[in-house]
Design a protein around this ligand. Sequence first.
Ligand code: ADP
Length: 327
Amino acid sequence: MYLAILMAISLFFSIALYQISTAELRRGLNRPVPGMDRRGIDSIFDELRSQIMADRQAQFDESCQRLINSLIIVNLLILCGGGFLCYFLARRTLRPIEESHAALERFTADAAHELRTPLAVMQSENEVALMDSKLSLKEAKLQLNSNLEEVARLTQLTEGLLRLSRHDGRELHREPVAVNEIIKQAVDRMQKQAVEKQVTIQSKVTGDKAEVLGDQASLVEAVVVLLDNAIKYSPVASKIEVTSKSSSKLAEIVVKDFGVGIAEADLPHIFERFYRADSSRTQDAQHGYGLGLALAKSIIESHDGTICAKSQPKKGSEFIIKLTKIQ
Ligand code: ADP
């Protein structure tokens, strides 16, 4: 399509150029031969004039032919060069669309797989229970409890998916937000969960009043994800540190725990959707679906910030959010 448009423009200009050039040449062809206007008086002049006119006609024909040849070469060059350029540009334009399409397909497949597992478990357990003619009330209650656990996991998954999709398409309401306020609200939200696991959250916020431009609720949600993970992957009765720092241009929020840590091989992938490090899979049922950090990353990146993780297995992890400060 690009090439067809390019060639149409090129041919249009070539024809116009040809018409203008031949019109100019024809004007030269028809101009009178100087000093030879004594038509019919002297036959030698007549002969000489027709000779000159014939030469001019030959030159005109040759010039037209050369012009046509040059225009054909130029158009062929435009066709080849333009074809290559158009192919290159079209691939470049389509690459992000292809990537997002592939990511969407991967995401849908992963989500479907995660949804299918608890459903399959519930289906087979219920079928077995229904076939058991001697099923006691106690066994039936156990079965219902198991179903409820699976339903809770499904709810957790759909909530995670919903939060991600809500954030993906949402217009951010940007306003000046104090970094310390983000930390305070996130810590308040996670306090109950921390107390249940006897984990202490120490927030080491400085007196610095750094502010960032952003959506407060989303930023709090990102820190909540980090705190939620820190609590989940820390041993009972341990501590978590939340620190705020700021330099001349950046405001930082650091969430540090002393829990199971993350293996070096897993670190580059933990922000991917549905990625779960193996060490966490082997833990109890509290592990999630690998959507939390993807959400946190998406929130921070939509605020033009960065999020990264450092970790040492069995020693703990540190997550660092960096956002541009309002000057
Ligand atoms: P999940 O809901 O499974 O915790 P996340 O996207 O929040 O999903 O985290 C992805 C993976 O990164 C987790 O499965 C876990 O293995 C690892 N992870 C995240 N935070 C921590 C942490 N503070 N300590 C240890 N591992 C962590």
